[in-house]
Design a protein around this ligand. Structure first.
Ligand code: B16
Ligand code: MG
Length: 218
């Protein structure tokens, strides 16, 4: 018998806010300074992955090897500074369309809600968009040691909510995040284009016109 969903865990970048575009712009700028380009399709590989692991993938894309650990730290810091210039300008207006309504509906219906993000900047973003105290739990890149597709971030979320993983459903915009949720034994709904999220149980383009019947029918 399928278990009744009691908790919903949201990825942050690309689901609640469109920071995925800021990550892309900053990685592209870094690639350009090293003499190569990063396409939107290649950028899909970086979504949901930690900063340093993303850098390794970027260096592979640019066929740039022999970079010392110290240089890697400097490159990652440079990317993060560019990225932060954009997120520091964010306001509550940057919450993606339909998201706030959907979250409020979930709260009214007594679902537990959490954030499960790989980002070390999640706290800053939640503060900027006025949602720091909105969620029942926030698990981000500062609380985990293994990045998606490892299930750690979502298992910690379920644990903090005190709900078994099989009663959790995850919204994710990255294939690595869908895999992480599946590895945690959770149901998944992808946010984005179906071709980028082949392993998701279901895919929606965003939260505009979406209501909680999508959970009840999962
Ligand atoms: P930071 P999410 C992820 O956030 C992003 O998708 C990914 O592109 C980024 O590299 C990662 O966070 C680490 O972010 O550099 O801010 O620590 O999608 O899991 O909310
Ligand atoms: Mg994401």
């Amino acid at each position: 018998m399928t278990q009744k969903i009691k908790a919903i865990i949201f990825d942050l970048d690309g689901v609640i806010v469109d920071t995925a575009i800021f990550h892309f712009q900053a990685w592209k700028k870094l690639a350009n300074t090293m003499g190569f380009d990063l396409t939107k399709a290649q950028n899909e590989q970086l979504k949901g992955i930690s900063r340093l692991e993303s850098l390794d993938i970027l260096l592979e894309i640019g066929k740039t090897d022999a970079v010392s650990n110290e240089e890697k730290q400097q490159l990652a810091t440079r990317k993060n500074e560019w990225y932060r210039e954009n997120i520091l300008k964010m306001t509550p207006q940057d919450i993606l369309p339909g998201v706030k309504n959907f979250l409020e509906e979930l709260k009214k219906a007594d679902y537990k809600i959490a954030i499960g993000s790989s980002s070390k900047n999640a706290g800053t973003i939640l503060e900027r968009i006025g949602m720091k105290d909105f969620f029942d739990a926030v698990v981000d890149g500062t609380k985990i040691t293994r990045s998606k597709p490892d299930p750690e971030v979502f298992l910690k979320g379920a644990q903090e909510l005190n709900i078994p993983p099989e009663q959790c459903l995850v919204f994710e915009d990255a294939e690595s995040g869908i895999e992480a949720a599946k590895n945690a034994g959770m149901k998944t709904i992808g946010v984005g284009k179906p071709e980028n999220l082949p392993k998701a149980d279901k895919v929606i383009p965003g939260f505009k016109n979406i209501n909680i019947s999508i959970i009840e029918n999962s």
